[in-house]
Ligand binder design. Structure first.
Ligand code: PXL
Length: 274
């Protein structure tokens, strides 16, 4: 039977990140996907392609969620950029009455669009405890865990343990290409075991959409029956191929190519797990 996945996220019209990325990743798992939009990112070419962020009215977010939850029985829900405190609260209320696997990408930091750290306390109080899997990047992990900036695997593990103690069942800290060295490193902490995933850094470019695509792949993997570990490994493979084959655009931040693992796999991309 076809699996169904919902993303609650912002729109990134450049196509690499946001709900556009999520829907494309869901397709890679042959899942049926739909999206409730929380905010819209556009770019001002006269200001060096700076981001402009427009929030969707919380009542409209509520209506989107009520509509789609009435129409479909989902196998997983993923959330991405929620933008406003009000929209994050709307989602938390809806999730409390649903037992679905929930993949929470706690977007507090976005390339170019700056930080939204005012959402931190609300995330910790309302959404972290509901997460089946939470996928912070290094900055988000440090913010959620109240730690200094993270620059090591030990720091990633420390943050993961704190975020797990806040109620998230599985914590995936996305080091990506940001730690020093040749490898892109992510870790999973399930409350007992730390698993470390490594792949070679595939290029030097700034790529938009890696975080979104990683989390939406995990959601689609879980929705289609994978274990959490299998889903995270599969997500890392898909994102690595997507980065290796990214598309340049006029903003200077390239767009991840979502189907690359299927259409033009890169020989250098292999994920090791220990
Ligand atoms: O990568 C974070 C992110 C999430 N959601 C939207 C975005 C971005 C970054 O560009 O545009 C809509």
């Amino acid at each position: 039977m076809t699996s169904k996945v919902l993303t609650v996220a912002g729109s990134d019209v450049s196509g690499g990140a946001g709900l556009e990325a999520d829907l494309k990743m869901f397709e890679e798992y042959d899942a049926f996907g739909t999206a409730a939009v929380t905010c819209i990112v556009t770019f001002d070419p006269n200001e060096g392609f700076s981001h402009v962020l427009e929030f969707i009215d919380p009542e409209v977010v509520t209506r989107q969620l009520e509509s789609t939850l009435a129409v479909h029985k989902f196998d997983a829900i993923k959330s991405g950029m929620l933008g406003s405190v009000e929209n994050a609260l709307v989602l938390a209320e809806k999730l409390k009455t649903n037992e679905l696997p929930y993949v929470f990408d706690p977007v507090l930091v976005c390339k170019g669009a700056g930080t939204m750290v005012d959402l931190k306390d609300l995330f910790v109080d309302n959404l972290v405890p509901l997460a089946t899997v939470i996928t912070p990047n290094l900055e988000e992990a440090a913010t959620l865990a109240d730690l200094d900036p993270i620059d090591s695997i030990e720091g990633m593990i420390e943050a993961a343990k704190i975020i797990h103690s806040q109620g998230a069942k599985n914590v995936v800290v996305k080091g990506g290409a940001r730690l020093a060295g040749d490898d892109a490193i992510d870790i999973i902490f399930d409350g007992q075991t730390v698993t470390t995933l490594r792949s070679r850094k595939v290029n030097e470019k700034l790529v938009n959409g890696a975080g979104c695509s990683f989390a939406s792949s995990i959601a689609a993997g879980i929705a289609t029956g994978m274990s959490i570990r299998e889903a995270v490994v599969s997500a890392k493979e898909k994102v690595a191929h997507g980065i290796a084959n990214c598309l340049d655009n006029a903003t200077g931040v390239a767009s991840l190519l979502h189907p690359a693992a299927r259409t033009q796999p890169s020989p250098d991309v292999a994920v090791s797990v220990d």
